[in-house]
Design a protein. Structure first.
Length: 120
């Protein structure tokens, strides 16, 4: 009998070493909608520099503060960049809203729920 997946896995940060670089990543369990099989997907949220200093990437920086606070970081990591982000968050949100123009915003295209027969 398999173990139940940990509900906090999607928020628990870990080190992923790949080709000489150290990435801060999460590894949530995802199920394939076509086959139903579960697998672990690795998501990188930034890099770890010398001294375990976490430098967030673009995806982490654009995430709302409420979501950023859900992540569980190891105690030995230096999170000074994240603290700096939270202080600048309100200024960034205001600047992004001011830059967007109604003509630049496009609606999301809905994809079919099933693949076409020629793609199977």
């Amino acid at each position: 009998m398999s173990r139940k997946p940990d509900p906090l896995t999607q928020y628990r940060m870990r080190v992923h070493e790949f080709r000489g670089y150290r990435y801060a990543s999460t590894q949530p369990t995802v199920s394939n909608p076509l086959t139903g099989k579960r697998y672990s997907k690795r998501i990188h949220w930034g890099v770890l520099e010398a001294g375990n200093r976490f430098v967030p990437n673009r995806n982490f920086r654009r995430m709302p503060l409420e979501e950023q606070k859900k992540f569980l970081f190891p105690e030995e990591w230096d999170l000074s960049e994240v603290a700096e982000l939270s202080s600048k968050a309100e200024d960034t949100l205001y600047a992004e809203r001011r830059i967007l123009h109604p003509k630049m915003v496009t609606e999301a295209i809905e994809l079919p729920h099933r693949l076409p027969t020629y793609a199977q």
